[in-house]
Ligand binder design. Structure first.
Ligand code: RFL
Ligand code: PHB
Length: 392
């Protein structure tokens, strides 16, 4: 089989790239290791930046998003026993859009099915070949058969543990990494959110986050240690610990119920440079990971895809030139590093580290107090939180 662009991975980056290329008249095949249902069962991001929403709008697939998303004008920070609101709307004139990654993925999958583009699910042993030559190709197994996909380019959209980055020789790239000494225990439950807007809580016992998916479905997280087992956390233990980390009036209002999903995610910052090797592009989590505190992972995947779609469209429409393709990695990385910086900073300020101690706790509280009281500091936070602008 032959296509113009082979996309590895049907997560948000692969599916979004597929639609952007389809719109530009470029043929692409997506190869995904798991089933569509499995991809949809992963509960992840909840907050979309304006640039992510704009891409979905521009593709004509934002109808359900506009019906069901929860637009917020602010976020709350809780520390030293009190809640403080950052009025994002007033500070930077933008909104925070709460719409789950599962829903984004579903909208993209439906759009792809509707345009008849090919996604090969449950493909095993995906391997990339000749990525530094003029004719790269992908081999994989499907239903016991060995198959081959020839292409002009490969987009590695296969996440942190995918085959794309693994196909590169170690000398082709440099990695930058920070592993945090804690994880997030997340619970999804069909209970009304404790608050209309998100609450990020700093507490001596560790970080907590109150988020949501709808008026009747909440998503809550608490900082936990990396080696904890999710089975050790009964629903009761989780609710008890979450409430302890919130100001009393929020804890008293919290409605609890049985969890419908519970999982632990480790936290890391990770960047690969460069994000292109010959005819292989890395995009999304395959190229970078941020801790979820800043709500940036999915949104960075979307900005990479925007730059990649732009570069590939330029290649096919302008006589197969590499001008924009040559810019891809540097353009992405400029935005990526700013989001990595923001996510690292927000994580550092909100979490309990092994060496935080009483002194570190007071320093965090002082920085948070400054943040919520200074219009300049609040505006800098708001500008980063809603997402920095795209370059092209
Ligand atoms: P994904 O979503 O990991 O998709 C990669 C796809 O590739 C497939 N795959 C392969 N396919 C073929 N062959 C192989 N060898 C393959 N190996 C893997 C996988 O099955 C999968 O389908 O990467 P992508 O598309 O780059 O998207 C990235 C986002 O999923 C991720 O950055 C976000 O979920 C991060 N994130 C958040 N991002 C935000 O922007 N806002 C948020 O509020 C937010 N909250 C979060 C988050 C991530 C979290 N976790 C679980 C780490 C909250 C959490 C708890
Ligand atoms: C979520 O709703 O899952 C969510 C929201 C904000 C974050 C991370 C995750 O910073």
């Amino acid at each position: 089989m032959k296509t113009q662009v082979a996309i590895i991975g049907a997560g948000p980056s692969g599916l979004l790239l597929g639609q952007r290329l389809h719109q530009a008249g470029i043929d692409a095949v997506i190869i995904e290791r798991k089933s569509a249902d499995y991809v949809l069962s992963r509960i992840r991001a909840g907050v979309l930046e304006r640039g992510t929403v704009a891409q979905l709008e521009q593709l004509g697939i934002a109808g359900r998003l506009h019906e069901q998303a929860l637009p917020h004008d602010g976020v709350e920070l809780s520390f030293a026993g009190a809640r403080h609101r950052i009025d994002i709307g007033t500070l930077v004139g933008k909104q925070v859009i709460v719409y789950g990654q599962t829903e984004v993925t579903r909208d993209l999958m439906e759009a792809r099915a509707a345009c008849g583009a090919l996604t090969i699910y449950e493909a095993d042993d995906v391997e990339l070949h000749d990525v530094d030559g003029a004719a790269p190709w992908v081999s994989y197994r499907k239903d016991g058969q060995s198959l081959r996909l020839d292409c002009d380019f490969i987009a590695g959209c296969d996440g942190f543990h995918g085959a794309s980055r693994a196909a590169l020789p170690a000398s082709a790239f440099k990695t930058y990494e920070k592993v945090y000494p804690f994880g997030w225990l997340g619970v999804l439950a069909d209970v009304p959110p404790v608050s209309h807007e998100l609450i990020y809580a700093n507490h001596e016992r560790g970080f907590a986050l109150c988020s949501m998916r709808s008026h009747t479905r909440s998503r809550y997280y608490i900082q936990c240690s990396v080696d904890e087992k999710v089975e050790a956390w009964s629903d009761d233990l989780f609710w008890e610990e979450l409430k302890r980390r919130l100001p009393q009036e929020a804890a008293e209002k919290m409605i609890t119920g049985p969890s419908i999903e519970k999982s632990i995610a480790p936290l890391r910052s990770f960047v690969v440079e460069p994000m292109r090797f010959g005819r292989l592009f890395l995009a999304g989590d395959a190229a970078h990971i941020v801790p979820p505190t800043g709500a940036k992972g999915l949104n960075l995947a979307a900005s990479d895809v925007h730059y990649l779609a732009h570069a590939l469209t330029d290649f096919y429409q302008q006589g197969r030139r590499f001008t924009e393709i040559d810019q891809y990695s540097a353009r992405c990385l400029r935005r990526v590093w700013k989001a990595v910086r923001f996510s690292w900073w927000f994580t550092t300020m909100m979490h309990r580290f092994p060496d935080t101690g009483d002194f570190g706790q007071r320093i965090q509280e002082a920085e948070l107090a400054y943040l919520v009281s200074s219009e300049h500091a609040s505006a800098a936070f708001a500008e980063n939180y809603v997402g920095l602008p795209y370059e092209v």
